[in-house]
Design a protein around this ligand. Structure first.
Ligand SMILES: C[C@@H](O)C(=O)SC[C@H](NC(=O)CC[C@H](N)C(=O)O)C(=O)NCC(=O)O
Ligand code: NI
Length: 146
């Protein structure tokens, strides 16, 4: 068994692609339009995963856009998407310069959280920091956004 992708439904595909690709840096590797089902699927990969993802050998984020307006509520059991970056401060600066709120700033240089246009939580982790910072991350004050 291997992990393939995480699917999230998006209300505005253009706004989501602008956020995930132009601002955050993910790359579209394939898309499917389904006329009968009236939906579009777009698969996005992180730059380091793109070549493997094109061969379906690396995990992707699958955006599902239903052409007919739907309200997506609930899903509290969904937590977040996590990405490792080379420079967490540069990443957060680019996000902020493009109007994205840094809900949990990288005070410890290790971990930050933002949200997509649909409110999907995205964890940004500094490369080389492993999964847990020197200080237990639970001690980080929660800004109340969670
Ligand atoms: C391509 C493969 O990775 C899929 O996930 S296709 C799964 C399929 N998706 C859809 O039908 C998209 C439109 C649908 N209205 C929706 O919003 O899901 C599917 O079976 N989806 C059901 C689901 O719960 O994921
Ligand atoms: Ni899928």
């Amino acid at each position: 068994m291997r992990y393939l992708h995480t699917m999230v439904r998006v209300k505005d595909l253009d706004a989501s692609l602008d956020f995930y690709c132009r601002v955050f840096g993910l790359i579209e590797v394939r898309r499917m339009e389904n006329e009968k089902g009236r939906f579009t699927l777009v698969f996005l990969a992180a730059p380091a995963d793109v070549e493997a993802a094109r061969d379906n050998k690396a995990p992707c984020l699958e955006l599902t856009y239903n052409w007919d307006t739907e309200d997506y509520t609930g899903g509290r059991n969904f937590g977040h998407l996590a990405y490792e970056v080379d420079d967490i401060y540069a990443t957060c600066r680019t996000l902020m310069e493009n109007g994205v709120t840094i809900n949990r700033p990288p005070r410890d240089g290790h971990m930050a959280f933002v949200r997509s246009p649909d409110g999907i939580s995205i964890e940004i982790l500094q490369k080389g920091e492993g999964l847990a910072p020197a200080e237990p991350w639970l001690s980080m004050p929660n800004t109340g956004a969670w």
